[in-house]
Design a protein around this ligand. Structure first.
Ligand code: T3D
Length: 264
């Protein structure tokens, strides 16, 4: 272990291979979110962004669950004013997660319910155990999707399927989530770490600047017309084309070797 920071509700660990592992760590309550946990997550995301040695961030849950969403018992004050609660706890966490320029993977080891489901969607990739379950949860307690789900879910699986899940409070198994295009990989539980580490290892070798700009292109293009999308591509390709990574990519091609990207 290269580095370990102290948190009370999550584990944060950076491994020598450049993977930062962030583990939601309240297994007795299925890793459900409290205000304290959301604050720690935001801090961990900022820490991972600043750490040069971190190439990829993996988020998972301790024990049998990924995350059961908002802790429905621990924060009675949350229920008094949900608008304020969301704006002051979930929003900073999600903003810090989205501000990460490094690839993020949700390793979904068990149930991901409500805002826990949302957290998986806010990551770049999802790797699910066949035992995972994606549970909308919001509708069952008379709420609407929050913590980014309204933005991410329809973009990933389309309007109609997203509305089916939320409107009917329909759960998805890991296998179904894979067949719906919601997760990138699904595997037996005992292979989850290996499959996730394999994907993360490949991402760690990708050109960091090109990766970051590609993600931003995909995030912004749905709001652009063709002219706008082409302009953004031209702008970003200009930046990527003047990077040291592009020179390294060309040199590696000529020398018939794998590139070693620096992110510059
Ligand atoms: O409220 C706001 O602040 C607004 C924000 C909302 C965002 C949201 O996330 S809304 C959605 C909140 N989450 C849920 O509604 C899910 C509630 N949990 C469940 O439906 C079930 O627990 C699961 C389907 C996730 C798992 O079922 P199962 O049978 O595998 O486990 P279990 O026996 O129900 O739970 C095990 C323990 O975890 C149990 O505690 P106990 O009885 O052994 O002491 C259970 O109460 C606890 N637990 C599960 N989910 C939560 C929780 N404790 C607090 N909050 C939870 N969300």
């Amino acid at each position: 272990m290269a580095q370990a920071a102290k948190f009370e509700n999550i584990l944060y660990e950076v491994k020598p291979d450049g993977l930062a592992w962030i583990t939601l760590n309240r297994p007795e309550a299925l890793n459900s979110f409290t205000g304290a946990m959301l604050g720690e997550l935001a801090q961990a995301f900022r820490q991972a962004e600043q750490a040069n040695e971190v190439r990829v961030v993996v988020i998972t849950g301790a024990g049998r669950a990924f995350c059961a969403g908002q802790d429905l018992r621990a924060n009675p004050e949350a229920i008094q004013d949900l608008q304020h609660w969301l704006a002051t706890t979930y929003r900073p966490m999600l903003t810090a997660l989205q501000a990460l320029t490094k690839p993020t993977i949700a390793m979904v080891n068990g149930v991901a319910a409500g805002a826990g489901f949302s957290l998986t969607l806010a990551c770049d990739f999802r790797v699910a155990s066949a035992r995972a379950k994606f549970i909308p949860a919001f509708g069952k307690i008379g709420l609407v999707p929050d913590s980014g789900m309204s933005r991410f879910l329809p973009r990933l699986i389309g309007f109609s399927r997203a509305l089916e899940l939320l409107g009917l409070s329909r759960d998805l198994t890991g296998e179904e989530a894979y067949s719906w295009g919601l997760v990138n990989r699904v595997c037996p539980p005992e292979q989850l770490i290996e499959v996730t580490t394999g994907l993360a290892g490949q991402l760690a070798l990708a050109a960091p600047l090109a990766y970051r700009l590609t993600r931003e292109l995909f995030q912004r293009s749905p709001e652009l017309d063709l002219a706008g999308a082409l302009s953004l591509e031209e702008d970003f390709q200009g930046r990527a084309g003047s990077s040291a990574d592009f020179k390294e990519g060309l040199a590696a091609f000529e020398e018939k070797r794998s590139p070693r990207f620096s992110g510059k």
